[in-house]
Design a protein around this ligand. Structure first.
Ligand SMILES: O=C(O)CCC(=O)C(=O)O
Ligand SMILES: [Fe+2]
Length: 370
């Protein structure tokens, strides 16, 4: 009866409810192409279009105004963008020899997987053969690397070579961009907070949840891209969500992604979902056909979304997505990754606490203004 109450903000209203009454809402899908009119807080009427049902992907053009896009870009520049690395090259603990067939040597395919895991690079056979030649590892030229051929090489040797190689082959990066985290929880920026509020209304999730989530602005230059990937980790792993444990083996728990395009790209720069609008997804096939590799596969088949300033797309995670690379101009986007762990009570407690903090701040501001 005396169940604990949690207070959360939605549509500018704080509501307090029992744990069991609070549900994580999820927008409904309609058939692909379906358009629903929505009205946002500044009075503008927008269209929300269903792009895919499986997974649910929705598109809202002009969700952000030109000024808001510009503002987010400026905030990012002020904060300082840094090269995106999906993997920390300093610790080579992901460099694990992928001797799949257990024959105590690596064939080209196995080396490819080894380097992909260790350094987030997408190499083809020619790239690897060139590397063998340059670093003189394949002594007998048989395209196999045996234990003895490997013995005088360490991950550092590969790393050094690949660093140089990637400078002239940026398309072989798994992710080639610059990025910066903006901080929704502590930011007092009015425009940013307005955007967060609008997004909260759009996806029908409390402001506190969005404010405790991850917001990242990304800038792509020519050849900038991000290969197909998951925005969230798989559920099957025996690890805790990264919020609770800041360990190497934690799971990234992102319930959904709200994705913003902050400029019009002159050529290229779309986002591809290679397995969208599919009833069944065969992960083995994705890997085998390298559907995640945009250089080789150009993001086909599946859904492609063009980059247009102010457009927002939202989707619920646990399916693959991919982009197409910038051909001309540059590309600015922002990811709003909505984090939900597997512990509802803990999430709500955090949000509730944050809600109290927010309302305290508001009150204080009010007093100061008098
Ligand atoms: O830039 C894009 O189109 C997609 C980027 C993306 O998926 C990501 O940053 O996680
Ligand atoms: Fe992504």
């Amino acid at each position: 009866e005396n169940e604990k109450q949690y207070c959360l903000t939605l549509n500018n209203e704080v509501k307090c409810e029992n744990l069991s009454n609070i549900k994580l809402s999820r927008l409904d899908g309609h058939e692909s192409g379906h358009i629903e009119n929505i009205r946002i807080e500044d009075g503008r009427q927008l269209e929300m279009k269903t792009l895919s049902l499986k997974p649910l992907i929705l598109e809202i053009s002009n969700f952000l105004t030109k000024e808001e896009c510009k503002h987010l870009k400026e905030m990012a520049i002020e904060e300082g963008l840094q090269s995106s690395e999906t993997h920390n090259w300093d610790n080579s603990n992901r460099f694990i020899l992928q001797d799949k067939d257990n024959d105590k040597r690596l064939n080209l395919e196995e080396m490819k997987l080894t380097l992909m895991g260790g350094f987030d690079v997408h190499l083809n056979k020619e790239d690897i053969l060139l590397m063998y030649k340059e670093i003189k590892i394949d002594k007998d030229n048989d395209e196999y690397i045996t234990q003895s051929e490997m013995s005088s090489f360490s991950p550092k040797h590969f790393e050094r070579y690949l660093n140089t190689f990637l400078k002239t082959h940026p398309e072989k990066h798994s992710r080639y961009s610059r990025q910066v985290w903006l901080k929704p929880d502590t930011s007092e920026d009015e425009v940013f907070n307005r955007i967060i509020n609008r997004a909260s209304t759009l996806v029908d999730l409390p402001v506190e949840l969005l404010k405790l989530s991850d917001f990242q602005v990304v800038n792509y230059d020519i050849k900038g891209h991000y290969h197909a990937h998951w925005d969230s980790s798989g559920l099957d792993k025996a690890a805790l969500c990264c919020d609770k444990v800041r360990k190497n083996n934690c799971r990234i728990c992102r319930y959904m992604t709200i994705f913003f395009y902050l400029n019009d790209v002159k050529d290229g720069g779309g986002t591809a979902f290679p397995v969208a609008n599919n009833e069944t997804v065969d992960l083995g096939e994705i890997t085998k056909q390298e559907l995640y590799n945009l250089n080789e596969k150009c993001g086909l088949p599946g859904l492609k979304v063009t980059a247009e300033m102010g457009k927002a797309i939202i989707w619920y995670n646990h399916f693959v997505n991919q982009n197409l690379g910038v051909k001309k101009g540059e590309k600015w986007v922002a990811n709003f990754w909505i984090k939900v762990t597997d512990d509802k009570e803990d999430d709500l407690a955090k949000m509730h606490k944050y809600q109290q903090l927010l309302s305290k701040k508001k009150k204080k501001k009010g007093k100061d203004e008098l």
